[in-house]
Ligand binder design. Structure first.
Ligand code: NAP
Length: 490
């Protein structure tokens, strides 16, 4: 098996393979270290907004989390610990970006090439490339003309000294609201360009006390109970997002109070107050974002950016703000998680062509036309309310069950039946149309056609239930190659 990506998903897959006694696999990772999103996102203030006791593997509890919400270095440290404890280093090929993985029909093997010229062949391919790994650059004219420093939040340039500089930040999403408070005290002046304000709630963070850590170590069952309590508390939030979106008014009331407490200036309060239902975009958590906006060296700019010049940003009214650096907190290509040419299925079909009408998969994992390909954190498996680690553990269990089913049935290749896949997605989209995410705002959850292709429409327990068994009858052995393809292969 070839696993692409050594983030939480790829590492989980590798651990479960090893535990099942399967050792003939490799993990190809484009970055210089394992960690995935927690390696790529090293911006100041980077942290997780799901509690660490839940945002970690169920089978590898860490009694030593220092805070309720883990900081990026601590989460990366946890991943390093997993690599070491489960002996994954020999299976890792770092700084190896996959340039093409193509399914060879006659051989029923995936042929995989990396940018360092290496070639591999494997019957099974796992794409654990992450839903939020391709930075999205804003479509603002002149972006490439800027002559100062410019970088995306997921490609932070730690060598660039921000101290004393005039800095523009574009975007006010989950990333920006974390790094803006972290850099504001150091920069000369910060201009924060907001297109749409997010709903923000207080962040119930705290240190985990020495007593609690001792307790978790001494009686691991206490940590399991703690994790379960966190899980069910977060799980209950699915009610607001997917069952009764009108309950979102309670979130809005709390968020409005948070604004009043954090910002004294009525004009500024108005600018940061969203005009769409809470939950439509991701609800964010922060205690230091609003106070940062009160700083004398921070300006919130809500006028649309017309263009970027060599020296700064020009507003719709023609006024130019000159800056030394621009930081793009503009998010990720969540609805186009894979670039063209990288995953090529049966009959030379590129996965981006297969997805030209929007990304979709069966249970977020299998795509028709792509035999023996399993996607982790795939289409419609993201969450607005709970830990994605729960989802990916369910996916890995499903893949393991699929491998066992292949072994038992003796078939060399399996491909999801197109009708099964289409039926699954029709049902999914019908449900998504009734959720808060379809209430009319622009968000990264929706693709260009306005379809929600990123989030799971209900409770995570339901996803767990639906993925607990790999049903062979949902799959078929791929059709034999067309004569032309056969000739080509010969
Ligand atoms: P994001 O939520 O997609 O935010 C992107 C921001 O950039 C939005 O404010 C967006 O405005 C703005 N933007 C995009 N294009 C623009 C343009 N052309 N002109 C002006 N503004 C533009 O991205 P993110 O903050 O990187 O977060 C992405 C996701 O990653 C999160 O939702 C979350 O799932 C995950 N994440 C989690 C954490 C955490 O756990 N704490 C931290 C970071 C990221 P509009 O709203 O108007 O589109």
């Amino acid at each position: 098996m070839i696993i692409i990506g050594a983030g939480f998903a790829g590492l989980c897959m590798a651990i479960k393979l090893k535990q099942a006694g399967i050792n003939d696999f490799l993990i190809l990772e484009q970055d210089a270290e394992a960690g995935g999103t927690w390696w790529a996102n090293s911006y100041p203030g980077c942290a997780c907004d799901v509690q660490s006791h839940l945002y970690s593997y169920s089978f590898e509890p860490n009694p030593d989390w220092s805070h309720m919400f883990g900081r990026q270095p601590e989460i990366l440290g946890y991943q390093r610990h997993c690599v070491e404890k489960y002996g994954l280093s020999p299976y890792l090929r770092l700084s190896s970006a996959v340039t093409c993985a193509a399914f060879q029909e006659r051989e029923q093997r995936w042929h995989v090439e990396t940018d360092d010229g290496a070639r591999y062949r494997a019957p099974v391919l796992v794409a654990a490339t992450g839903g939020l790994s391709r930075p999205a650059l804003p479509d603002i004219p002149g972006l490439d003309r800027f002559e100062g420093e410019i970088f995306h939040s997921a490609r932070w340039d730690h060598d660039y000294p921000l101290a004393g500089k005039r800095v523009a930040v574009i975007g006010t999403g989950a990333s920006a609201i974390q790094f803006v408070p972290a850099i504001a005290p150091a920069v000369g002046h910060l201009y924060l360009f907001q297109r749409t304000p997010p709903w923000i709630l207080p962040r119930p963070d705290r240190m985990i006390s020495r007593f609690e850590r001792w307790l978790f170590k001494r009686w691991p069952v206490t940590q399991r109970i703690f994790r379960s309590l966190l899980y069910w508390r977060l799980e209950s939030r699915a009610v607001v997002f997917t069952v009764w979106p009108r309950l979102g008014v309670a979130i809005e009331a709390m968020a409005r109070r948070h604004i009043r407490r954090g910002i004294p200036d009525p004009a500024l309060r108005k600018q940061v107050t969203p005009d769409y239902p809470a939950g439509c975009k991701r609800v964010l958590l922060s205690d230091d974002y609003y106070p940062t906006l009160n700083r004398t060296n921070v300006d919130l700019v809500t006028d649309p950016i017309r263009e970027i010049t060599a020296t700064g940003l020009v507003m719709a009214d023609g006024h130019e703000t000159k800056v030394d650096a621009i930081i793009l907190g503009t998010g990720f290509q969540a609805t186009a998680p894979l670039p063209p040419g990288v995953i090529v299925g049966r009959g030379g079909l590129d996965i981006t062509e297969r997805w030209s009408g929007g990304i979709e998969a069966f249970k977020g994992i299998s795509v028709s036309g792509f035999p023996n390909l399993f996607i982790l954190n795939g289409p419609n498996t993201g969450l607005g309310h709970n830990s994605v680690i729960f989802m990916l553990e369910a996916q890995v269990r499903y893949v393991m069950d699929g491998l066992a089913a292949m072994e038992q049935s003796g078939v060399g290749a399996l491909e999801v039946r197109p009708a099964v896949e289409a039926n699954f997605n029709r049902h999914l989209q019908r449900r998504l149309a009734r959720t808060v995410w379809a209430s009319g705002c622009r968000s990264w959850y929706l693709d260009a056609n306005g379809r929600n292709v990123t989030l799971w429409p209900g409770f995570t327990v339901e996803y767990w239930w639906r993925t607990r068994r790999f049903r062979l009858r949902d799959y078929q052995t791929p059709a034999p190659p067309a004569p032309a393809a056969q000739q080509q292969a010969a």
